[in-house]
Write a new protein. Sequence first.
Length: 95
Amino acid sequence: MLSPAPADSALAAPNASDVSAQPAATYGKIAKMPTTRTIEITPQTRHINVTQLESVQLKLGEQRVNWTFDTLSTRAFPLAAIVPGAGEVTVYVAP
């Protein structure tokens, strides 16, 4: 699985051991429930579409991260905020 962005990053997601101790992050949190689908991120990927509270598996090469998009009022953000190395991919979150 991929690790979330480093903790010292302004856009960092909580790491797995911190998720239960923190309120929802701006971009969501590591999924504790089964995911509904897998989204493969390739060099050609420019955006992905998810729904608020959807849990998906993000696949970047051989690396994977399970993520729940609990974004509060955030509707678009760079995927690199939660998946280092994701390039210029934008996440669009539907209500």
